[in-house]
Design a protein around this ligand. Structure first.
Ligand SMILES: NC(=O)c1ccc[n+]([C@@H]2O[C@H](COP(=O)([O-])OP(=O)(O)OC[C@H]3O[C@@H](n4cnc5c(N)ncnc54)[C@H](OP(=O)(O)O)[C@@H]3O)[C@@H](O)[C@H]2O)c1
Length: 348
């Protein structure tokens, strides 16, 4: 069964790297690769990777439906919005229509994030939380996150799984964590949490730890993260029935690091370049949290959501489908100086 594939977020950090590594991945045969774009320039850029540009508004269900159904798209990798489910649910319904019209099996991968499986989302973090734990869906279903955006993001994971199940679509919840390293796509080359550490430090001329506790978080090099997307795609294109739906959570991570070690490693790089006054890491008091919130555009209570918190999510499903990381977790600390350099050169 030959698939038509749609990749979204091609100008982004994760999606751009996915597209850049696509050609070298030796994927099984498929019919056509489409990339969702928003500008003519992006449309030209995706062609270099063998992707056909496709432009439709994610705000309009009829446009989504015709974009997917008219092109008989049967696999969608969604890398745009971890918070809301506005575009994903219409896409899943359109996949169901493709299935009805063609008899093909149809697949939807939603990119979530480790925050949505962490203390911020009210998930257990007093022990390893395995991504193949059969209770994970129930944990997400009963989670009571304190912050509205986290409530929305948890509900999005659940809605994707439930809508896909109701429509006979296989769903996968892909979970990036602290992703680091230079993106290889034509658009955004930098990540999220490491950028937040730099942006907060710039404003305060000092690196602060937002949490009183010493917490850890999973990390992943952007190439390893990309290789998991590709491994899932390889399995789908090979017709393998890999874990999906309520069992289909895929964390991409080579292991955890302690936040403090990351703050310290980045503080060194920031101090070397004169961005902060010293390479020490201080515990943030109320005033520091307030200022960090101003730098990150959030209330002081949400600062930890951007660059702290506790996540013990542990990858099992990725290993079961043949993925193994190239870079150990420690590598994130070893190259923190390069990450600082990249972020300072790539952002204002
Ligand atoms: N990077 C990480 O470490 C990380 C970790 C956990 C979760 N995630 C999640 O993974 C997803 C991708 O992250 P990223 O780092 O690749 O983000 P990014 O670099 O900001 O890329 C976002 C992509 O989405 C596209 N996009 C946004 N709104 C769109 C719309 N309405 N229609 C079409 N395209 C739209 C952007 O296109 P334009 O270029 O046209 O704006 C861009 O290609 C996000 O949801 C993020 O929260 C990322």
């Amino acid at each position: 069964m030959s698939h038509n594939i749609l990749i979204t977020g091609a100008s982004g950090y994760l999606g751009g790297t996915l597209l850049a590594r696509w050609g070298g991945a030796g994927l099984p045969a498929y019919q056509k690769l489409f990339a969702l774009v928003r500008t003519p320039e992006q449309g030209e850029a995706v062609k270099q990777y063998g992707a056909e540009p496709l432009a439709f508004s994610l705000k309009n269900e009829a446009e989504i439906k015709s974009g997917i159904v008219d092109n008989e798209i049967s696999v969608i990798f969604f890398l745009i919005d971890a918070l809301t489910s506005k575009a994903q649910l219409p896409m899943i319904r359109a996949l169901a229509e493709v299935k009805k019209q063609t008899g093909k099996d149809v697949h939807f991968l939603h990119t979530s994030g480790a925050k949505i499986f962490s203390s911020h989302a009210g998930l257990p973090h007093d022990r390893p939380l395995h991504d193949d734990d059969p209770q994970l869906y129930d944990f997400q279903k009963s989670a009571k996150p304190a912050f509205p955006p986290m409530q929305m993001a948890v509900a999005t994971n659940n809605a994707v799984i439930e809508t896909a199940e109701a429509h006979g679509v296989r769903s996968y919840i892909f979970v990036p964590c602290i992703v680091y390293g230079r993106g290889e796509g034509f658009g955004n080359p930098i990540s999220i949490q490491t950028v937040a550490i730099v942006n907060a430090a710039r404003k305060l001329e000092q690196v602060y730890r937002p949490d009183q506790e010493i917490y850890s978080w999973p990390v992943c090099h952007v190439i390893d993260n990309t290789r998991l997307y590709l491994e899932i795609m390889r399995n789908i294109l090979s017709g393998k029935n890999i874990a999906h739906g309520k069992n289909g959570y895929y964390l991409a991570s080579s292991g955890p690091i302690v936040w403090d070690d990351l703050y310290r490693a980045m503080a060194k790089g920031l101090a070397k370049r004169g961005v902060v006054k010293s390479d020490s890491v201080e515990v943030a008091d109320d005033a520091a949290l307030q200022a960090m919130g101003e730098a990150l555009g959030c209330p002081k209570e949400a600062v930890s959501v951007h660059l702290g918190g506790s996540c013990t999510l542990t990858p099992n499903n990725a290993c079961k489908i043949g993925w193994a990381p190239e870079f150990a977790a420690q590598h994130a600390l070893e190259v923190a100086d390069d990450e600082v350099d990249l972020i300072l050169k790539s952002s204002k």
